[in-house]
Write a protein that binds this ligand. Structure first.
Ligand code: HEM
Length: 146
């Protein structure tokens, strides 16, 4: 169970990262060049929303089935916070990524309500860029790619 979820979360992360980068580059490029908002832009932002929500669900399950979770009972909250690796996996990564998915969700629904191209693209560009920066700041890179 744990291994399967861990592998799924690890591979799904590529999809999240790739689609979020595409959405950010696309929204910024179109904003800057003053292009019209098209159905393709809508599909990219929706796909990013769906893919990131699925990763959030996989992450929640992983959190409770991971052997790392036992650190809370072994070390206590203070002990977890004192250790950089435990703090990253059990506190920072999950919390920051909940914020990341919230930002994507807010950005998506705000952009949908705007009626013209420029504010639609700008909303996606701002919210998704902040989400991307936060996301890459709390990925356990060495465990993932190492
Ligand atoms: C939504 C965006 C997220 C992305 C892109 C993401 C990505 C990743 C990556 C790349 C790893 C390292 C995998 C590896 O070692 O091969 C990881 C580990 C982990 N993630 Fe996430 N994650 C996300 C959200 C979450 C959330 C919301 C939670 C929990 C509520 C979570 C819980 C965990 C846990 C517990 C691990 C460590 C698993 C272990 O080694 O036992 N993740 N994540």
């Amino acid at each position: 169970m744990y291994e399967t979820i861990q592998v799924l979360h690890s591979y799904w992360a590529y999809l999240v990262l790739i689609i979020l980068i595409i959405a950010v580059v696309n929204a910024i490029a179109k904003s800057v060049s003053g292009k019209e908002y098209s159905p393709k832009d809508f599909r990219i932002s929706l796909f990013t929303l769906i893919v990131s929500h699925i990763q959030l669900l996989i992450g929640f399950i992983l959190y409770f089935v991971s052997p790392r979770f036992a650190a809370f009972s072994e070390l206590g909250m203070g002990g977890v916070m004192k250790d950089a690796v435990n703090r990253l996996y059990l506190v920072e990564h999950p919390l920051i990524n909940i914020i990341v998915v919230a930002l994507i969700t807010i950005g998506y629904s705000k952009h949908k309500k705007k009626l013209t191209s420029a504010p639609k693209l700008k909303t996606i560009a701002i919210f998704y860029t902040i989400a991307l920066v936060l996301l890459v700041s709390r990925i356990p890179w060495s465990a993932w790619l190492g």
